[in-house]
Design a protein around this ligand. Structure first.
Ligand code: ATP
Length: 324
């Protein structure tokens, strides 16, 4: 089916559907979002990455008009989210972490009700329900109870519901968390199809593979700030280079040898992280990490692998746990 978009479309004089400027959210003393600025181009899939508590959900809630900003502004499709009421809300489809489906209604009624509440006429809501059920391959489940759906189907239905008003922008908080790999793939396929249809997507995720697969650009957030923003490859190349050296210490390595290696890495100002018996050494800006000065300090095996987004994530946001 064709995912049609409504006529309100005056934001792309500069090609941006979303413009976030100096956005701040305070919860008492806590600066949950600390003055972030970014834009998202029409048709782009844009990822928000960051540890627990980084401010991703808070950012998306402000983007979708679900929570007022303390300061700054969000423009979507040329309209100020804080001021434009239903006009702008109909341009934004929202999928929260909890699907929020109405378990007292069967599948097609969930969609129709949502369309109706979004301002579609009864007839248009029924027509649009048929379209989205087809697009999301849920036609055979139209009369099913919500309880009868698998986790993957519920998630697809929640995305389908967000598309009822034919929004230009889809905002999704961790769209595949908790799904098995097959269901996750199915959601990815359907997000790919929405992108093909021209929908702009902003999504948060904790899955680096998801960000690498789906996102044209992404922002890495921590403590309410954006630490870096760019295309996944660009961000990897910039922070951790093309390759990571893995120094796997042998079982015979002593605590002193391990400490000596750490001292040398620190003395050379190297970027590295420790993962169990391994030291992962990176070299930013495209160079391959040189390890000749390190290999004599402890018995070890050295291998190289391509750098990926997870390396950048840990490099930028550190290794300490955020929920303890
Ligand atoms: P996660 O990956 O765990 O979903 P997140 O990046 O989405 O995390 P947020 O949920 O935006 O993070 O939270 C940012 C900070 O704001 C956290 O410290 C959180 O405890 C705090 N916070 C969020 N909502 C509220 C609220 N309603 N009242 C007070 N503090 C809040």
């Amino acid at each position: 089916m064709v995912m049609k978009h409504s006529a309100i479309d005056n934001s792309h004089k500069n090609g941006h559907v979303v413009q976030v400027s100096g956005l701040v959210k305070l919860y008492d003393e806590l600066r949950a979002v600390d003055g972030i600025t970014f834009s998202v181009r029409r048709g782009e899939t844009f990822g928000l990455l960051g540890p627990n508590g980084a401010g991703k959900t808070t950012t998306m809630r402000m983007l979708a008009g679900l929570s007022p900003a303390t300061d700054g502004s969000v423009m979507v499709a040329g309209m100020d989210v804080a001021k434009s009421g239903r006009d702008v809300r109909n341009e934004i489809g929202v999928v929260t972490q909890h699907d929020g489906l109405d378990t007292t209604l069967v599948v097609h009624r969930n969609l129709e009700m949502h369309g109706y509440l979004a301002g579609l006429s009864y007839r248009d809501s029924i027509r649009r329900t048929k379209e989205v059920l087809g697009f999301f391959n849920l036609e055979t489940r139209a009369n099913a109870s919500i309880h009868a759906l698998s986790g993957g189907m519920k998630r697809r239905l929640a995305i389908a519901r967000a598309m009822m008003s034919s929004p230009q922008l889809l905002v999704m908080d961790e769209p595949t968390t908790g799904l098995d790999p097959q269901s996750r793939n199915r959601v990815w396929e359907q997000l790919g199809a929405l992108k093909e249809a021209g929908v702009t997507i902003i999504m948060s995720t904790h899955y680096m593979i998801e960000a690498e697969t789906l996102c044209d650009r992404l922002a890495i957030m921590d403590h309410g700030n954006i630490l870096d923003i760019g295309e996944p490859d660009e961000v990897v190349e910039h922070h951790v280079g093309a390759e990571v050296a893995i120094l796997q210490l042998s079982e015979n390595a002593t605590t002193e040898e391990r400490a000596a290696l750490r001292r040398q890495l620190d003395a050379e100002g190297r970027d590295y992280s420790e993962v169990g018996p391994r030291f992962l050494v990176t070299a930013p800006k495209g160079t391959k990490p040189e390890v000749a000065t390190l290999t004599g300090l402890a018995p070890m095996r050295v291998t190289y692998r391509p750098a990926h987004l997870e390396d950048v994530f840990l490099f930028l946001t550190g290794r300490e746990l955020r929920d303890e």
